[in-house]
Ligand binder design. Structure first.
Ligand SMILES: Nc1ncnc2c1ncn2[C@@H]1O[C@H](COP(=O)(O)OP(=O)(O)OP(=O)(O)O)[C@@H](O)[C@H]1O
Ligand SMILES: [Mg+2]
Length: 266
């Protein structure tokens, strides 16, 4: 069966309304974090404005995933401040759940519910968390599955899909919560090479539609094509932030030069 998108485009906008224009959608101020003796985030200051696409790069162990995970509080922080759309991160309970709903996250492993169909994977959270009517949730889910090119797989189980298809379902599932920002932590690094582009294409389209995105990725082609800004981390610090052109052509620090010389020669 063809997975090509239909001629008539679905109507659901991928990106929620414009109520927060002008102020940072994500703001980290003086964020510090330790794992025991290991100082993993050191005075992290970062502002992401609405519609901005940030690509985070840096050597293994530099704190990229940890930083991302603090943004929806999958990790706590020792000190500092994190705000989503102007609101401080709640500690727990209902408010935390509703904040998490505003921050979509896609990981390296697809994390789909193995015992639920593709459609159920996408409708589950909108029904449970957003209290969406089942029919409406299914309409939204089919619309989003169509957007990412896997609508024809809706009634299959995750194990019947390729890795690239599963990852696109994971993206649709995150989008079904109408998040204000999407976090991607190496979403293509577990995929076979021929499936990388089908996932990156979905991410590029999201970026073009104005989704605010923070992406940890080693896909430098994507970074050059889609990023507004590259953030370079090393040893728990943000060492450089620049446009892709500036960062790739004129890295400022020795750490960044060294990092680039390693990844670009592969
Ligand atoms: N739950 C944890 N407990 C203890 N140490 C941790 C934990 N999670 C991460 N670390 C350590 O914190 C440091 C930063 O890890 P993190 O996963 O954020 O790095 P990363 O930049 O995402 O690396 P990679 O490119 O390999 O994914 C590493 O030294 C890691 O071993
Ligand atoms: Mg990581």
């Amino acid at each position: 069966m063809s997975e090509k998108q239909e001629e008539t485009r679905p109507v659901t906008p991928l990106v929620p309304g414009n109520e927060s224009a002008g102020r940072p959608l994500v703001e980290l101020t003086h964020v510090e974090k330790h794992f025991g003796d290991l100082h993993v985030l050191k005075d992290i200051n970062l502002k992401v404005t609405k519609g901005e696409v940030l690509v985070v790069v840096g050597p293994s162990g530099s704190g990229k995933s940890t930083m991302c995970r603090t943004i929806n509080r999958l990790e706590t922080i020792d000190s500092g401040d994190i705000r989503i759309d102007g609101k401080p991160l709640p500690q727990e309970g209902k408010e935390l759940a509703s904040l998490r709903a505003e921050v979509g996250m896609v990981f390296q492993s697809f994390n789909l519910f193995a015992n639920k169909t593709i459609l159920e994977n996408v409708t589950l959270a909108p029904i449970k968390v957003r209290h969406m009517d089942k029919k409406e949730a299914e309409r939204l889910a089919m619309d989003l599955l169509d957007r990412v090119g896997v609508a024809s797989q809706a009634n299959k189980m995750p194990s019947q899909l390729s890795g690239g298809q599963q990852q696109r379902v994971a993206i649709a599932r995150a989008l079904a919560m109408r998040p204000k920002v999407m976090l991607f932590d190496e979403p293509t690094s577990a995929l076979d090479p021929e499936m990388v582009n089908e996932v990156l294409d979905v991410m590029v389209e999201l970026a073009h539609e104005g989704m605010t995105m923070i992406c940890i990725t080693h896909e430098m082609g994507f970074a050059r094509k889609a990023a507004d800004r590259i953030v370079f981390m090393a040893d728990g610090q943000i060492l450089e932030q620049n446009t892709p052109d500036e960062f790739f052509e004129h890295p400022q620090t020795d750490r960044a030069k060294d990092f680039l010389s390693k990844i670009l020669t592969h």
